[in-house]
Design a protein around this ligand. Structure first.
Ligand code: ZN
Length: 229
């Protein structure tokens, strides 16, 4: 873990020389000088964007879909030698496959099917490790994968996330996992408050979760920018 601190999170080649806390001072980007410049100029190369989005989520300002496509490309340039992995390429490694899922705007059957070649316990262990980062978007993806890939295998872990889901305003993400991973009516009973709101489907829940996170993010980032000026 300690040596990871010194390797650039974007290129994963050069040493860290800068800590960029513009988006989130509690979870800053740790990058080399070259990636720092591209990150702040919104000109990351696709693989650099992929590596950062896999750790921090794509909803943060400097990685946002206002500036990048979901494969890290931009309309203004192409960097074939630094492209992000495809689903087939990412599927060769469980860790990289989870990276891939975290960077997607939406997950579908193709991503879920790619997990079939990995053992359920290994998948759960990796998802648990990733969720421990505390990143809200990453946790949302891990809960979605529990629901659609693992089912009852993830029962104890999903149950253990309930309090955190309440505290972090993530009950809608948790509810989908609970519906697939917990025996009923446990999941239903714990998520009844969700049913009393306008969001009626998991898709609505995801959009709402993403929307609220985005609103908080934009408000927060604007506040920080005003504070600096
Ligand atoms: Zn770098």
């Amino acid at each position: 873990m300690a040596n990871m601190v010194f390797i650039c999170e974007a290129c994963r080649r050069r040493r860290v020389t800068e800590v960029i806390g513009n988006d989130d001072p509690y979870a800053p980007y740790r990058v080399c000088a070259e990636c720092s410049k591209r990150l702040q100029q919104l000109t990351l190369r696709p693989l650099e964007w992929f590596n950062l989005a896999a750790k921090h989520g794509w909803q943060k300002y400097l990685l946002h879909d206002d500036f990048y496509n979901q494969d890290g490309t931009k309309e203004s340039y192409c960097a074939a030698d630094m492209r992000a992995p495809t689903l087939d390429e990412a599927s060769r490694s469980l860790e990289r496959l989870v990276d891939y899922c975290i960077t997607r705007w939406n997950l579908d059957a193709a991503e879920y099917d790619a997990f079939r070649m990995f053992a359920g316990e290994s998948i759960l262990s990796e998802l648990s490790r990733r969720a421990s980062s505390g990143n809200r978007h990453v946790t949302h993806v891990t809960l979605t994968l529990c629901a659609n890939v693992l089912g009852y295998i993830a029962e104890p872990w999903v149950r253990a996330q309930y309090e955190r889901a309440c505290e972090d305003d993530m009950l809608f993400s948790w509810a989908e996992a609970a519906a697939h991973c917990l025996p009923q009516p446990e999941g239903v009973n714990k998520t009844e408050p969700c049913a009393n709101t306008p969001a009626k489907t998991s898709a609505d829940a995801k959009r709402r979760c993403r929307g609220s996170a985005r609103r908080r993010f934009w408000i927060g980032s604007r506040a920080m920018r005003h504070a600096r000026t």
